[in-house]
Design a protein around this ligand. Structure first.
Ligand code: ZN
Ligand code: MN
Length: 505
């Protein structure tokens, strides 16, 4: 095995990569039939003659799929083809009951786009998009027992619920010139695609559930000598690592492939053009099958479906629904909210941007919205092992709690108890305040009584205050806060103490 490191490999070789991302669309029904498009149903319950390919069944294209695909294409800067035929991609695998996948071949609906990808330090890389085509997903095999995998298992199960789930496959052009930032660019590209499909609400973008899956192509070529044109050096043979299903795994798989391929090249051995499997546990890829060429699939036009012909005026109307590029939105919000780079990065990493934006829209200041979502609520989510948007509290409720703090009805401690009550399902913030009796005691006569009682109990403290040691009032404030179970406004209590002691505040 090679003892090369990633860094030393990149001193000698120039990486070129490409990514195919499959995005599962979140339409209510599948692409060519009326079956529910739903993750997590009991196996083989969302199926019908069309999606399991029974003879005589006829597919009909789901208009919503075309709409989502066109919108995604527009967001990726693609041209939209006036007429695209579907094609049959023929191959046998047990999860594909028809023995062909309905896809698009020479007429992808979306083509020739580009996407700006912003790296952590703000550098922008433009990724060329070759195509984004519409196709159906296959079912899911589960190999049980034995040594695993399709060859080693005791038996295999197949679930056709996923067969016919709509996909858009986005294919990049070869991405050159990233050098030692290759893994970072690949990760940022997939993260950007994920952010876009989520912002457009056309997919949940969950990599861990397979809603967004990436195949990573990578090849190495010798690094050009100083002053020579790197792009003039021909590409090396590439490997295609399939189903790399987390952002972290994309970086790891690229690291592994660079070291592996550099080791082969250094030893004078060929890199084979092949698909490879990613193993999350070992961080390695292993050889799959030798890469088939398009001819192997015997593509031919799908005779049972009409071509996709999006009306030009409709396409233009969809263009108006494309959200701002996530990186541009981020930059705009950072400026509007006056967050530091670090604060913004924390908010993005916590998946809190939309929640903070909605909390601000409901009336909170940016600083207070950030404080709640990245403080108390982030801790709660972390303890519960859930994401922030999985918490049972809405941005408007957070804003309502903060408004009560701003009005002096709650102090921070009480506000946290209100949040806790909302999370526990006790109702709206105002209901939690009423039911738990959490409102600050702002009634001066009640506070005065509590102050008098505390002063009477500690006459020595009263003397100290009167002799000018104003800071001694802290002990009385503490006693009053205790007596009111934290429900007093400490500032107001202090004022009353000084009044009672006859000292000017
Ligand atoms: Zn069906
Ligand atoms: Mn595909």
């Amino acid at each position: 095995m090679s003892t090369l490191t990633y860094e030393s490999a990149l001193e000698k070789y120039d990486p070129v990569f490409g990514i195919e991302v499959h995005v599962e669309l979140n339409t209510a029904t599948k692409i060519f039939c009326g079956c529910a498009n739903q993750f997590g149903s009991a196996p083989n319950t969302n199926v019908c003659p069309v999606c399991i390919g029974l003879p005589g069944s006829m597919p009909v294209t789901n208009e919503k799929v075309v709409e989502s695909a066109v919108r995604l294409g527009l967001a990726l800067g693609c041209s939209i083809r006036e007429s695209s035929r579907f094609a049959r991609k023929n191959y046998f695998y047990p999860d594909l009951a028809k023995d062909y996948q309905i896809s698009q071949y020479d007429e992808p609906t979306c083509y020739d786009g580009e996407l700006e990808v912003v790296l952590d330090d703000g550098e922008v890389v433009t990724v060329g998009i070759e195509r984004a085509h519409i196709e159906e997903d296959a079912g899911k095999n589960t190999h049980v027992g034995g040594s695993g995998g399709i060859q080693g298992a005791d038996y295999s199960l197949v679930d056709y619920n996923r067969a016919g789930v709509p996909l858009v496959e986005i294919v990049t052009r070869p991405i050159e010139g990233t050098a030692e930032r290759v893994a970072e660019v690949a990760r940022a590209y997939v993260a950007t695609i994920r952010d876009i499909v989520k912002a457009m609400d056309i997919s949940d973008g969950r990599m861990e559930q397979g809603s967004l899956r990436a195949d990573v192509n990578l090849s190495l070529r010798p690094k050009a000598a100083d002053g020579e044109d790197q792009s003039a050096v021909p590409f090396g043979k590439r490997s295609e690592t399939k189903n790399v299903n987390s952002l972290r795994a994309i970086e790891r798989a690229i690291h592994f492939e660079i070291v592996r391929q550099a080791g082969l090249l250094d030893a004078g051995q060929p890199v084979h053009q092949e698909t490879r499997h990613w193993h999350e546990d070992t961080g390695e890829t292993t050889s799959g099958r030798s890469k088939e060429e398009a001819e192997d699939y015997r593509y031919f036009p799908e005779p049972d479906l009409l071509p996709v012909e999006p009306d030009a005026a409709w396409v233009e109307s969809l263009r108006g629904t494309i959200p701002e590029h996530p990186a541009k939105r981020r930059a705009r919000l950072q400026e509007e909210w006056a967050f530091s780079d670090l604060e913004m990065r924390d908010a993005v990493n916590a998946g809190a941007l939309d929640l903070i934006a909605a909390t601000i829209a409901a009336g909170a200041t940016p600083a207070s919205a950030r404080k709640w979502w990245l403080g108390e609520l982030a801790r709660t989510a972390n303890d519960a092992g859930t994401s922030l948007d999985g918490l049972a509290i809405a941005p408007a409720q957070v804003a309502a709690v903060q408004a009560m703090v701003d009005e002096g009805k709650l102090n921070d401690k009480l506000a946290r108890q209100v949040i806790e009550g909302v999370l526990a399902g006790e109702g709206e913030p105002s209901e939690v305040v009423a039911a738990r009796g959490l409102e600050i005691v702002s009634d001066d006569s009640a506070l005065e009584a509590a102050v008098d009682e505390a002063l009477a109990a500690q006459p020595d403290v009263l003397e100290k205050i009167q002799s000018g040691k104003v800071q001694a009032a802290g002990a009385i404030v503490g006693a009053v806060m205790k007596a009111t179970r934290g429900q007093a406004d400490a500032g107001r209590v202090r004022e009353i103490i000084l009044q009672r002691a006859g000292v000017n505040p």
